[in-house]
Write a protein that binds this ligand. Structure first.
Ligand SMILES: Cc1ncc(C[n+]2csc(CCOP(=O)(O)OP(=O)(O)O)c2C)c(N)n1
Length: 634
């Protein structure tokens, strides 16, 4: 039987379907999500939860004229399927394929790009304000999850919007889940709204049953008095949004298309001199029993191309080492901004519940909260992805480093992350970290070194960052004795008189491969694991550069302001201007989604790339030994 979905080339086609067909369409969309995302990887449970909401939105509003702004954008797959991207859906998160988030360059139906949380209300308010300034007419809708609503920026925007009285709609997609259950006091308020809704429903059912008898009517009367008493003790939760300047509507069942549509039409007509807060209750993972039962696991599923190596990931080594350290040192606490799963903190949360803090999607607060803790002798470790740390640069500079407070930044997903693409690449941290006074910046080449650097960081009396990638480590890294690694000292991994290859983190490994290949060509390259990007091991670096006069730096970071820049500055300030330097890293651009190894190879961040850089830029090395072909040079 032909699928209804195959005839949906744009939102206009949705409007031709009747209620029964819409049910079938929802079913087909779920099938499509499950079959595609289990192969491509991506945010499965979040999208299963918004199928009906997305259909209803596209039937009531007229995209792209009306603007739908999805927060984070991880739940925009259904929107993509319904807005002319069905044929390309199989390319989701693959090289040159559809992005896993909204992207203005991908479709006119994506009025705002996303990836990081809590931006939708600000963006929608900006779009609506521009509309009003230009005297245009269209609707603007932001869709934000209860997880993203924990981010401070969402509240800044709500505060501003209520004050502006701008005509737009904020839809809260409330499934009580961030990646793990949503934390925070606001969640408590939302739960009460939900409870009120259930109470109302239960009450009308009871009324129908009890009103038939005298005793029943007495019981009803008593019940009403008790409810009034209960309500008078609590602030009606919807009032919060009303007090903020919004008209509150809801809560609505987010899986009932006809009711959603009718209420959205009301909201669309109603929106005149006040923004609307439209509260929808959904079930994360809806319609796929494994995802409904375990929405945390199915929030983001890995693609089935992922190789299952025996070696652990850097994230696992981090969490295991931190657990070991926390068992010995009661000063140590860990903070996550809603990323406990990604940072592998489950066991720590279980074993040290009083020293584990999930603060919500609140990187800024996490950082200053850590600073406050550190002033009192506590040793906070912030477990955070490199890309999300970008949110809190001022807190890092102003609250932590300016006061030289011993906070540890465990920066996961540093470097190229792969399928999540340009919003999630961890390619700026070396630049934004190394510019900050007092901050020590380090990167381990493997899991064993991560263990030692984390231990060093926790014992340092200064702020320190340890950055590590989204990957397995090359070797097995069992627990052992922890030792401090002297701050500012690198390690020579291989000697070589002709040229020095200076590397950051796991780039040491392809550099060693490259050095072996170069050796076959008669070029002897020294390989150095910088280990500390700040302070640099100036003695070691300058000594090697003085000897060979040639250096190549290799880093998974943007070239601007990164490790290579720091090395060149060091050479310059030491008067070694004659040393010829080449830097391998990310040139001035955002890096798309795709497999990590392909993206690395595109930027020369692998053994063949390093060999090429040496041969192309230092041709005299090769000519001095004659042309000798090598299989390793490709
Ligand atoms: C600034 C930032 N921090 C962390 C994340 C990682 N992240 C992606 S989705 C998500 C949870 C979002 O929860 P919610 O908004 O409730 O959406 P749901 O998936 O539950 O529908 C998190 C923490 C992010 N995208 N941006």
């Amino acid at each position: 039987m032909a699928r209804l979905l195959d005839a949906i080339d744009g939102p206009g086609d949705l409007k031709k379907l009747d209620a029964k067909e819409l049910q079938q369409l929802a079913q087909e969309i779920r099938q499509e999500l499950i079959s595609t995302v289990t192969i491509s990887g991506g945010h499965l449970a979040s999208n299963l939860g918004v199928v009906e909401l997305t259909i209803a939105l596209h039937r009531v509003f007229d995209s792209p004229r009306d603007k739908l702004v999805w927060d984070v954008g991880h739940q925009s797959y259904v929107h993509k399927l319904l807005t002319g991207r069905r044929d390309r859906f199989g390319t989701l998160r693959q090289l040159n394929g559809l992005s896993g988030f909204t992207d203005r360059s991908e479709s006119p139906h994506d009025p705002f790009g996303s990836g990081h949380a809590s931006t939708s209300v600000s963006a929608a308010l900006g779009i609506a304000t521009a509309r009003d300034l230009k005297g245009e007419e269209f609707s603007v809708v932001a869709v934000i999850g209860d997880g993203a609503l924990t981010g401070g920026m969402a509240f800044e925007a709500l505060n501003h919007a209520g004050h502006m009285r701008t005509n737009f709609i904020v839809i809260l997609n409330d499934n009580q889940m961030s990646i793990s259950p949503t934390v925070g006091a606001i969640t408590g308020i939302l739960n009460r709204l939900w409870l009120d809704e259930r109470l109302e429903k239960a009450e009308s059912r009871a009324e129908r049953i009890l009103s038939g008898s005298v005793i029943g009517r007495r019981v009803l009367q008593l019940g009403r008095e008790m409810k009034r008493g209960f309500k008078s003790l609590t602030l009606p939760p919807a009032k919060i949004w009303e007090e903020l300047g919004f008209t509150y509507m809801g809560p609505f069942d987010g899986h009932d298309i006809p009711k959603l549509e009718a209420s959205l039409v009301q909201a669309r007509i109603h929106q005149r001199d006040k923004p609307i807060f439209f509260h929808v209750i959904t079930t994360k993972g809806k319609g796929y029993p494994p995802a409904e039962a375990d929405a945390v696991r199915y929030h983001g599923v890995a693609n089935n191309m992922c190789t299952q190596l025996m070696a652990p990931t850097f994230s696992e080594i981090f969490a295991d080492t931190l657990h070991q350290i926390m068992a010995d040192d009661p000063r140590v606490v860990v903070i996550t901004a809603a990323m406990a799963e990604g940072n592998c903190l489950g066991t720590i949360a279980r074993d040290f519940p009083n020293r584990f803090f999930d603060v919500g999607i609140c990187e800024e607060h996490a950082t200053t909260f850590a600073a406050g803790l550190a002033t009192q002798g506590v040793r906070p470790v912030i477990a955070i992805y490199s890309t999300f740390m970008q949110r809190a640069i001022d807190q890092l500079i102003h609250d932590v480093c300016l006061q030289d407070l011993p906070v540890v930044f465990a920066m996961d997903r540093a470097g190229i992350v792969g399928d999540d693409g340009k919003t999630h690449q961890g390619l700026f941290d070396l630049s934004y970290l190394t510019m900050v006074p007092n901050l020590i910046v380090s990167a381990p080449k493997d899991g064993n070194e991560l263990r030692q650097l984390l231990y060093t960081a926790i014992r340092a009396d200064h702020p320190m960052a340890v950055r590590y990638p989204r990957t397995q480590t090359a070797i097995s890294c069992p627990r052992g004795t922890l030792e401090e690694l002297p701050i500012g000292r690198g390690e020579i991994l291989r000697d070589g008189k002709d040229i020095t290859i200076l590397t950051v983190g796991p780039m040491a490994l392809p550099a060693l491969d490259a050095a072996r290949a170069l050796s076959e060509l008669g070029i002897e390259a020294a390989v150095v694991n910088a280990r500390y990007i700040k302070p640099l091991d100036s003695e070691l670096i300058l000594g090697l550069c003085r000897a060979s006069g040639r250096v190549v730096t290799v880093e998974e970071n943007v070239l601007a302001g990164g490790f290579g820049s720091a090395v060149i500055q060091l050479l310059h300030s030491a008067g070694l201007d004659n040393t010829r330097a080449r830097c391998i890293g990310i040139t001035d651009q955002y890096v798309e989604h795709g497999p990590q190894h392909i993206l690395r190879s595109k930027f020369g961040l692998d053994a063949p790339g390093i060999v090429r850089t040496v041969i192309d830029n230092f041709p005299e090395l090769r000519s001095s030994v004659g042309e000798r072909p090598s299989a390793a040079v490709s």
